[in-house]
Write a protein that binds this ligand. Structure first.
Ligand SMILES: [Zn+2]
Ligand SMILES: [Zn+2]
Length: 160
């Protein structure tokens, strides 16, 4: 019996709530709420992928061609969202960073350093062991993140 789960597309927050949080965040940082910024948030919310800023920018350009959102706006908005833990980022070597919405159920990641492919998983044993370790060491655990780096199946096949 496998204890590894690999599907984490449910959101733990409604979009309307997220949007309210985002507006409050912008206000707090003396930034204007613009349709451009909202589209960045919305696209992240509706994506099941982990996106590079460039891929996110491309998706937005294709869907909202007339909005003319510059890549600089995407970078700036992403780092604002990351600073306030609304999105999280994963590094995948020299190729850069991929972003995902933080409002998903907890999961860990397998990251391919060749193509940047990311697989999400949760293993009950690992989750439990981490809590046990923290308990044993008198540590008050609040969160954890685990990234496993390596070569995905597709890239392994390419090498042979
Ligand atoms: Zn790969
Ligand atoms: Zn993820």
């Amino acid at each position: 019996m496998s204890k590894v789960t690999t599907n984490f597309n449910d959101r733990t927050i409604e979009y309307e709530q997220l949007l309210q949080d985002f507006k409050a965040l912008l206000k707090h940082n003396a930034l204007k709420f613009t349709i451009q910024r909202e589209v960045i948030l919305e696209t992240l919310y509706n994506s099941d992928e982990h996106l590079t800023p460039e891929a996110l920018h491309k998706q937005i350009q294709e869907k909202f061609a007339d909005l003319k959102i510059g890549i600089a706006t995407v970078y700036r908005t992403l780092s604002l969202l990351e600073d306030s833990h609304i999105v999280t980022s994963l590094s995948f070597g020299a190729q850069g960073k991929k972003y995902e919405l933080g409002a998903k159920h907890h999961h860990d990641h397998l990251i391919c350093t060749e193509c940047g492919d990311i697989t999400e998983f949760v293993d009950e044993e690992i989750e439990k062991r981490q809590h046990n370790i923290a308990d044993e060491l008198g540590f008050k655990m609040q969160d954890h993140s685990m990234q496993i780096y390596g070569i995905c199946k597709k890239c392994q096949n390419k090498q042979t």
